[in-house]
Design a protein around this ligand. Structure first.
Ligand SMILES: [Fe+2]
Ligand SMILES: [Fe+2]
Length: 144
């Protein structure tokens, strides 16, 4: 997949994961703990592949092109991957033990996820695309 397609796919995956989070919240409201577990399993595999792609391709390109200091803000955004993943794990442990905690953690997860994906779509992805196009113009090596 070329880099521009990768960025489109990643943005599309944000929609898919946001929809799964909304379904999970709905399942929690209905006390449907099997539904929560099932949605989390779906999310888990999409999210893991997603962050692996972001870190191995986008982050690598930004660091190659701009250096660690030049990519400082983007590195910070990608550091949200771990807390997001931890929240998902926490939710899977809480369900069905504690409904109020579950709701609170779901809200945290939703907020963090939305903040994260909008930072990527408004900031990280456009910057990575610019870096990629600069590289292409310079005739530099194309990321895998
Ligand atoms: Fe991300
Ligand atoms: Fe992302």
């Amino acid at each position: 997949m070329d880099f521009e397609s990768l960025i489109r796919v990643l943005a599309e995956e944000h929609r898919v994961m946001a929809a799964a989070l909304a379904r999970m919240e709905e399942a929690a409201t209905e006390g449907d703990f099997d539904g929560i577990a099932e949605t989390l399993r779906e999310l888990d595999s999409v999210f893991r592949q997603h962050i692996a792609d972001e870190e191995s391709q986008i982050l690598r390109l930004l660091i190659e092109e701009l250096g660690v200091r030049g990519a400082e803000a983007e590195i910070k955004v990608f550091q949200q991957h771990r807390p997001i993943y931890k929240l998902m794990q926490l939710i899977s442990e809480l369900a069905p033990k504690s409904a109020p905690d579950l709701k609170a953690d779901q809200r945290l997860l939703n907020d963090l996820f939305l903040e994260h994906t909008s930072l990527e779509e408004q900031g990280v992805f456009p910057k990575a695309l610019r870096a990629y196009r600069d590289l292409q113009r310079e005739g530099g090596s194309k990321p895998a």
